[in-house]
Design a protein around this ligand. Structure first.
Ligand code: ATP
Length: 304
């Protein structure tokens, strides 16, 4: 029986033969640990919220052959003095994009890197949508770089945290009801359509991504999130209705992409390739589909 007081106190215990060595970070209900067994190092996510963990484990299993999400290893329920501890063993990733953003000068990721991030993050969403999953919690902090691959230190962006994701349609294309009845309007960074009461679908993942990219460009998105409900909703609406005018100056170069995102509707299937081309059109002098690398710049590790 594990005697830990909270999910943040699990360093030193073993789960499925993996020794939890180091707390990487903790969120509202979960904590993630770097864990080893022999030469193998993975991430073990521990949570007290069983429903989210079960949902995440289910999604990661569905995504087992997807290259844009962490590989799934196991799900385990362990009795503790405080109840059941839910854990998921998954591929260890590098820092998340929110952490990377916080470390760059002026909290503004440079344009050539930003368009590559946008391209790869869009590819992540394209990949999970192809598995009929909608993420519903798309934000900078839920994308991370993979561990650098030698010899060039190439990394790729992966999307994680599938606690709120939903398998929204079956193999015949029939919609699947979400039994959790979650109210996504309460999520400040939900898309405009969701704020207006619609259920979150793939298009809304893309609109949440568009907010995340603005944030990564140096825009003070947190300030907008703190404004009143009406101001926030109006900002989201303007970004869809007149992107060229509504975009903050730092991100105005991305107008071709935001224009295309604003034209997405419920009827026409999403053309991901066309959207990627719009990212490329936003910064023609740089190759938006080029690889990303984890490098040392001015003595600091950074993404370029
Ligand atoms: N597979 C992983 N490999 C490495 N780090 C991870 C992995 N999954 C999550 N993390 C990191 O662990 C930390 C905690 O993640 P978690 O998703 O539990 O919380 P959060 O995103 O901070 O908060 P919330 O769940 O409230 O959104 C984050 O810094 C995240 O980047």
């Amino acid at each position: 029986m594990i005697r830990a007081v909270t999910i943040k106190d699990l360093v030193g215990i073993d789960i499925r033969g993996f020794h939890l060595n180091r707390l990487i970070g903790a969120g509202s209900f979960g904590a993630v640990y770097e864990s080893t067994s022999g030469t193998e190092t993975i991430a073990v996510k521990a949570s007290i919220k069983g429903s989210d963990v079960l949902n995440e484990a289910d999604c990661l299993q569905r995504l087992f052959y997807c290259n844009f999400t962490p590989k799934y290893f196991f799900h385990q329920e362990t009795p503790t003095v405080n109840g059941i501890l839910h854990t998921i063993g998954q591929e260890l990733l590098g820092p998340d994009l929110e952490t990377i953003r916080q470390k760059v000068p002026w909290h503004a990721i440079k344009r050539p890197t930003l368009v590559r991030i946008a391209w790869q993050a869009l590819s992540c969403l394209e990949a999970i949508h192809a598995f009929n999953l909608v993420h519903r919690d798309v934000k900078l902090g839920n994308f991370a770089v993979s561990l650098p691959m030698s010899p060039s230190n190439r990394v790729m962006i992966k999307i994680f945290d599938f606690g709120l994701a939903h398998h929204y349609k079956d193999e015949n294309g029939d919609m699947i009801e979400d039994s959790t009845n979650s109210d996504f309007r309460r999520m400040k960074y939900c898309s405009y359509e969701v704020a207006m009461g619609s259920d979150p679908y793939p298009r809304d993942d893309l609109h949440q991504l568009s907010f995340a990219i603005l944030y990564a460009s140096g825009f003070d998105f947190l300030k907008i999130l703190k404004s009143s409900h009406d101001v926030l909703t109006e900002w989201k609406r303007d970004l869809l209705r007149q992107p060229a005018q509504a975009l903050p100056p730092l991100a105005r170069f991305l107008s071709p992409w935001y224009d295309a995102l604003s034209e997405l509707n419920e009827i026409v299937p999403i053309d991901y390739e066309a959207l990627k081309q719009k990212i490329q059109d936003s910064l023609p002098a740089h190759n938006a589909s080029a690889d990303l690398y984890w490098e040392i710049e001015d003595g600091e590790e950074t993404l370029v």
